[in-house]
Design a protein. Structure first.
Length: 178
């Protein structure tokens, strides 16, 4: 009798594991790495910045995070704009193609966003103005399942984040000791 009870409870446990795994996998994740800059969401975004960022998508080789010459040039143009407009923030989203597990692609997308963020900070942009997020393979630009689509989906995209909130600017610019 105890052996039968053990087998039945073991069987229930064995059935429970796949159910938990299914529920966990059914919920798609986004992996935010850095906090959002404290920005005014109502601030108007400069059309020149929108155009610059739209043309500044970074593409990556398969399973890679390195920045090629073209990507570094695009980031240098973004950094130049950001240096001239210290009121502007930026969100970098890392993306992957459909190959690989959900978890791996979320981590790879995050590494891609982080490498672009680091390059911008190396060029003198305050990291508090840059947020990163990974969408892994959840936001493809091309839904096909071939090498051309995969190449388009391995990317970083940039989104302007408006201007810092007035209270944040005032606190930042206030003389020390007051």
């Amino acid at each position: 009798m105890p052996n039968t009870v053990m087998r039945a409870s073991g069987m229930r446990f064995a059935l429970l594991i796949p159910c938990i795994a299914f529920v966990a996998c059914a919920h798609r994740q986004v992996l935010p790495s850095t906090p959002e800059p404290e920005l005014d969401p109502t601030a108007e975004v400069d059309p020149d910045l929108k155009a610059l960022l739209a043309g500044s998508v970074l593409h990556f080789d398969y399973d890679a995070t390195n920045l090629d010459r073209q990507n570094r040039q695009r980031l240098a143009r973004i950094a130049e704009y950001l240096r001239d407009h210290p009121e502007v923030g930026l969100r970098i989203s890392g993306n992957c193609d459909e190959r690989g597990t959900e978890e791996y692609n979320l981590m790879l997308g995050q590494r891609r966003a982080d490498v672009a963020r680091q390059y911008l900070t190396d060029l003198g942009i305050d990291d508090s103005r840059i947020a990163t997020v990974s969408y892994g393979k959840d936001k493809p630009t091309d839904d096909d399942h071939d090498a051309l689509a995969w190449a388009q989906n391995r990317r970083d995209e940039f989104e302007p984040m408006g201007a810092p909130r007035a209270d944040v600017v005032a606190a930042r610019d206030a003389p020390e000791g007051n």
